[in-house]
Write a protein that binds this ligand. Structure first.
Ligand code: PMP
Ligand code: GLU
Length: 410
């Protein structure tokens, strides 16, 4: 094709490919963007240490892998029930009832393509233009974007590093207005590791219930809590407040099953019916054989989980003093999840004075990938995932230390 023909095609294409204002208004996921940059560098042979994407380095549970393979071999390869296979919904309802006394039946469980899709479906099902959604900040990158996608507005409530980014009921209640449709709580929080205490959670749910506001608890990191504390889940209040409490969970982190793309929503029947309508037009159902594997993940090995949790504790214990030793870096140990969210303003210098430029500099100079705090709504911080090996943590922190020392000499 000649240059002119090519140019004509390009002009026609740019006219035809009009992107909707809904999508123009949102950005690419920054966590996935940094992970992509790190992967591209690795593919070019650069030795990058990747602290960007939150992805456990463990294998998925052997029982889940075997059950999924068996399902494939046995021809379990067709469309399934729209809300997910019954054995998985039964196992989820049973697990939450046993652990938290929740009232949800298998008919009140929706299996989704990752917790991300569950949260997205909830935004589309519950929010609309003119609504406000109270959202603690720093927040996980996709939460405000999903809220905006639905036409609603996030109302941010700032958490403070002074108390480990703990979530407080009073501040969240004070942000409620007549327009508030929901409070979207992510506890333990990605990126801060901040959590909410049992008392605050109850106070918040009571305030929501008295105002006809729903409480959506994104508990993707529910079981990642450190120092021997028991997980706190909104599921424990669902029997008392069935019209208010919605819980979202994921197989990705607890079971190291990120690529399986499986999450779920637990909510009353009216909400599940609305979600299933959306899912029927969006993904039809999550992948059949992945769900067969997930049943085994849920039923199997508590000991395996405890070993993993111990390893995460050890990684956190290794990382925190190394971080504190870096000149200009301040960091509180996270109460949960598997991210450190250090304040790096003490490392700023001319031309390198934002979380974005610091992250780019770290990638270039130290070959360490981290996510800029601005992606989570908080300048002056970077997020580092410690879901990688202890060796990588040591090596990555050593490289950052060397790069910082070099730059303070130069
Ligand atoms: N919520 C939070 C807070 C997350 O960090 C993530 C990313 N894993 C998700 C939801 C989505 O998880 P997934 O779609 O992998 O289940
Ligand atoms: N939630 C993980 C993270 O924050 C995975 C990437 C994503 O879905 O954002 O790194």
């Amino acid at each position: 094709m000649g240059d002119r023909a090519l140019l004509r095609c390009a002009v026609i294409a740019s006219r035809v490919m009009r992107i909707s204002s809904r999508v123009e208004g949102i950005g690419e996921s920054q966590t996935l963007r940094v992970a992509r940059l790190a992967r591209e560098l690795k593919e070019r042979g650069v030795d990058v240490i990747d602290f960007s994407v939150g992805q456990p380095d463990f294998s998925s549970p052997a029982g889940a892998v075997q059950a999924a393979s068996r399902a494939l071999e046995e021809g379990f390869t067709r469309y399934t029930a729209n809300t997910g296979i019954l054995p998985l919904r039964e196992a989820l309802a049973e697990s939450y009832h046993r652990r938290h006394g929740s009232p949800w039946t298998p008919g009140e469980v929706m299996v989704t393509v990752g917790a991300k899709m569950g949260l997205f479906e909830l935004s589309l099902a519950l929010f609309q233009s003119g609504d406000e959604v109270v959202l603690p900040s720093p927040y996980w990158v996709s939460l405000p974007e999903q809220i905006r996608f639905s036409g609603a507005q996030p109302v941010l409530v700032e958490a403070s590093p002074a108390d480990g980014f703990r979530l407080h009921a009073e501040a969240l209640i004070a942000a409620m207005t007549k327009r508030t449709r929901a409070v979207l709580l992510n506890t333990p929080c990605n990126p801060t590791g901040g959590t909410i205490g049992e008392e605050d959670l109850r106070k918040l749910v009571e305030a929501c219930a008295s105002r006809d506001i729903v409480l959506i608890a994104d508990e993707t990191y529910e079981r990642f809590v450190y120092g021997g504390r028991a997980p706190v889940s909104a599921a424990a209040l669902a029997a008392e407040f069935p019209e208010t409490v919605i819980v979202v969970g994921s197989f990705s982190k607890t079971y190291a099953m990120t690529g399986w793309r499986l999450g779920y929503v637990l909510a009353n029947k009216a909400v599940i019916t609305a979600l299933s309508k959306i899912q029927s037009h969006a993904t039809s159902n999550p992948t059949s054989f992945a769900m067969a594997g997930a049943v085994e993940a849920l039923l199997g090995g508590e000991e395996e989980w405890l070993l993993r949790l111990q390893e995460f504790e050890a990684r956190r214990a290794l990382l925190m003093p190394l971080l504190e030793d870096l000149p200009g870096v301040r960091c509180q140990p996270p109460a949960g999840a598997f991210y450190a969210f250090p304040d790096i303003t003490g490392c700023y210098r001319p031309g390198c004075d934002s979380s974005l430029t610091m992250s780019e500099w770290l990638l270039e100079e130290a070959r360490v990938a981290v996510v800029p705090g601005q992606a989570f709504g908080r300048e002056g911080h970077i997020r580092m995932s410690f879901a990688c090996s202890r060796e990588e943590l040591r090596k990555g922190l050593e490289r950052i230390g060397e790069a910082l020392a070099k730059h303070s000499l130069g």
